[in-house]
Design a protein around this ligand. Structure first.
Ligand SMILES: [Zn+2]
Length: 233
């Protein structure tokens, strides 16, 4: 669920991968893709949340460090490997261009955000809708545009269904997440549990609640989060 807080191990288990070392993982096991993001001040990439949390602009990741190669941060981000196959970035780029050209539906991407060391937030599902190459002043980097979606149909669903308009959703800004985490001491505000935590909206979107204000977000454990949603419905 969007807003769940999980450890690195849980994140890997959820995605059925032994290790999610790479920032960009195209169609893991043939299903949805997974990207890792970080908006912390020392983050290595220029990721950006726009349009009130509904859009994520994500920077492609650099080539792996290799012996005898210049620093990857100084090199253009490669679309192809030396062997001529697409890099992960190249695969995302091809998928985004295919969607733009109308030859396929949008790729479905799960986004995880590192909020503190070892602590990740499940930012939910997104559609990959655009990509381009731009200069960062020194070299060319890839940029990808993802739009948050509320619900995702299963990968086995037909392209036609996938193309239907999906309700837009929102991401809680990183600054808000960090402030809430600190204020609530990394624990459920109701019972003090420190596991299976979730960023909960006190007033939900559907009732006009915002994700931009620290006052409207709180930490709840899975149990109390469920109780809270039951009360609202
Ligand atoms: Zn609780």
């Amino acid at each position: 669920m969007r807003g769940n807080i999980i450890s690195y191990i849980e994140m890997c288990q959820k995605e059925g991968s032994n290790s999610l070392q790479r920032g960009m993982n195209f169609r893991l096991r043939g299903g949805h893709s997974v990207i890792l993001m970080s908006l912390r001040t020392n983050a290595p990439y220029q990721d950006e949340i726009q349009e009130e949390g509904t859009v994520l602009i994500y920077e492609g990741h650099d080539a792996a460090k290799q012996k005898g190669v210049l620093k990857p941060k100084k090199l253009d981000q490669p679309e192809y490997r030396k062997t001529g196959t697409l890099t992960e970035k190249g695969k995302f780029h091809k998928a985004a261009q295919g969607y733009k050209a109308g030859t396929k539906g949008p790729d479905i991407v799960k986004v995880y955000e590192k909020i503190k060391s070892g602590i990740w937030s499940d930012n939910g599902f997104f559609h990959l809708v655009d990509s381009w190459i731009q200069s960062d002043g020194q070299r060319n980097v890839f940029r990808f545009k993802f739009v948050a979606v509320e619900n995702v149909v299963d990968e086995s669903t037909s392209e036609d269904l996938k193309n239907r308009e999906v309700a837009r959703s929102r991401i809680i800004p990183t600054g808000v997440k960090l402030a809430v985490w600190k204020r609530d001491g990394g624990k459920c505000v109701t019972c003090g549990a420190a596991d299976e935590l979730h960023f909960d909206h006190i007033v939900p979107y559907s009732k006009g609640g915002t994700s931009l204000k620290v006052e409207n977000i709180q930490l709840l454990c899975a149990r109390h989060n469920l109780q809270q949603s039951a009360k609202i419905q």
